[in-house]
Design a protein around this ligand. Structure first.
Ligand code: 3PG
Length: 298
């Protein structure tokens, strides 16, 4: 199930890279195919990049790219959705696969999107005017870094399930299995296998020195692509939610202190004091009583 969820994420990220380069840079299907050919020789080397290269080169009977004749409504049989439901049930932030599932849902309401396209405006131009070559490199880095986040999230979900169901998971073995004939097979899974072989109890893939360094080296390009996509009005839900996760994950302090205060203010849900973890309720308004709500957690 998690393999298929990750597959949804990989496919969505590739589609976003394609969309950004097609719309912002005005590249043809042949030019895009050449870029995927190059990407398939490096850190992004994978079955899905390889078939994207071939799909973009494939011509219809009239000689035009077949991909341009395919209706932009994605189907799904539900394994991605199942992964996301399970992530919600286990309280794990598997955000990238979630965005990939919702992106398929958004694509499938084509009639409504066509109506929206006539009513809702975007930026004056969706063309990128900076250095094209550098931007293409940045897109590859955004794809690579987001892929690391997606796999880290997938392993977080499996870690949680393992703790809940008392499973002993061999993460290196799982990465190795996903290299053999699976749709997400890639060179990258070899690096994951190495990380978990070196440290079978690795808390998070992002803590392995190889991936810590890879994400940090990709960060500038990744941020540029997400920022440009927002400025140019090109949707990049997977690439941008991966960055949002990364920035949230690396923050020791998040604004949930304010959220807890809001919950306590309107619902007497109590909050924990930072100093000693004690649970308290504050009478914020001076009105009403001091009764705290009973605790229950979803
Ligand atoms: C597959 O064919 O690998 C999976 O079943 C995914 O199919 P889906 O994209 O139709 O959900």
């Amino acid at each position: 199930m998690v393999h298929n969820g990750i597959e949804y994420g990989d496919m969505q990220m590739i589609c976003e890279a394609y969309h950004i380069m097609k719309e912002a840079l005005g590249l043809s299907a042949d030019e895009l195919s050449d870029i995927f050919t190059e990407w398939n020789k490096g850190e992004l080397d994978s079955y899905l990049i390889e078939i994207t290269r071939d799909i973009l080169k494939f011509k219809d009977t009239d000689g035009s790219p077949l991909v341009d004749h395919i209706k932009d409504t994605a189907g799904q049989k539900g394994t991605g959705k199942w992964t996301v439901i399970d992530a919600l049930d286990n309280g794990m932030p598997v955000t990238l696969i979630g965005e990939a599932v919702f992106a398929r849902c958004l694509s499938s309401i084509k009639k409504e999107r066509v109506n929206a396209s006539k009513l809702l405006g975007g930026p004056a131009s969706s063309k990128y005017t900076g250095d094209k070559k550098k931007f293409i490199h940045d897109v590859s880095k955004a794809l690579y870094a987001s892929k690391i986040i997606s796999y880290a999230q997938g392993f977080m979900l499996m870690r949680e399930a393992a703790a809940k169901y008392n499973w002993k998971l061999n993460n290196a073995g799982i990465a190795l299995m996903w290299r053999g004939g699976c749709i997400i097979r890639s060179v990258f899974l070899g690096d994951i296998k190495t990380a978990y072989t070196k440290n079978p109890t690795l808390e998070n893939l992002l803590f392995d020195p190889f991936f810590t360094k890879a994400v940090s080296e990709a960060a500038d390009g990744w941020r540029n692509v997400v920022a440009q996509a927002a400025l140019l009005g090109i949707p990049a839900p997977a690439l941008s939610s991966a960055l949002a996760f990364f920035d949230g994950y690396r923050h020791a302090v998040l604004p949930a202190n304010l959220l807890q205060a809001q919950r306590d203010y309107f619902g007497a849900h109590t909050y924990q004091r930072l100093e000693d973890d004690t649970w308290v309720h504050t009478n914020w308004t001076g009105r009403g009583g001091n009764t705290a709500s009973t605790t229950y957690s979803a």
